[in-house]
Ligand binder design. Sequence first.
Ligand code: F6P
Length: 319
Amino acid sequence: MKRIGILTSGGDSPGMNAAIRAVVRKAIYHDIEVFGIYYGYHGLMNGNIEKLEIGSVGDIIHRGGTMLYSARSEEFKTSEGQKKGIEQLEKFGIDALVVIGGDGSFQGAKKLAEHGYPTIGVPGTIDNDIPGTDFTIGFDTALNTVIDAVDKIRDTATSHERTYVIEVMGRDAGDIALWAGLADGAETILIPEEGYSMEDVLARLKRGHDRGKKHSIIMVAEGVGSGVEIAKEIQERANLETRVTVLGHIQRGGSPTASDRVLASRLGAKAVELLLNGEAGKMVGIEKNELVSHDIDEALAREHVVDKDMYNLSKELSI
Ligand code: F6P
């Protein structure tokens, strides 16, 4: 193996740059050339490819976003699109590819592997919804962004004795809501993996209100539904002054936390190690603080689960 390619795809996440840096530097350390592919699979199909040097990834470890830019590509979901991508990789003499991204990006990596092209997936998404790893790059930073916002909201919520519904991202997964909710001491956490009854939400609010609580925080994962609608129902049925904040894309930006930078560096380097060992069609991950690898298709066949014990704990602590 003489030359590898690297791309980031799908929703960006803080720490992707640190992962790019790790892949580039680890590969160059082992005398392998690295080519950056811009705008994800879209750029791959169009040959938007350029050689990266040690200095190309300088001064990016602390930056959010991705220096390779990102995109979502419908065309790459087709076999023709995938073949177009492989043609470009062959044209540039690229022997293997590292893909940093979430679920959709891993589906693309799996397809490339099925076409016989050596590919390794590195989990980068704020959603923390990739099976085969306890944590994805960007999740910790997104959590800290949510916590920072909710701490501020808490101040004004207390002053006005209001109930706040906070809608957070996560697509179909409740990890951001669950972890941020636990860290924020939210009264109620609604996640798609666990059903909820509005009666229970209202009873909890009333209990808190009756014992003199000055405010309440309800953390809602976007996968559950609209925070605006939930807030409306609470306001009407509980007769409590309620406001809603949809945190949106601020959760995807910002300087990565130390934890995300370290995770990204470890996972990026591990991806190159796998390629050096002649492995392909794999994803890298971290489980119980050990670096691991799994077949991409085997990992994608699994269902993502949230930590049930943590969910139960959040309920016990928010009585
Ligand atoms: O997968 C990351 C994510 O931010 C999800 O949490 C969210 O549902 C989605 O991407 C938003 O996508 P877009 O940036 O295309 O609006």
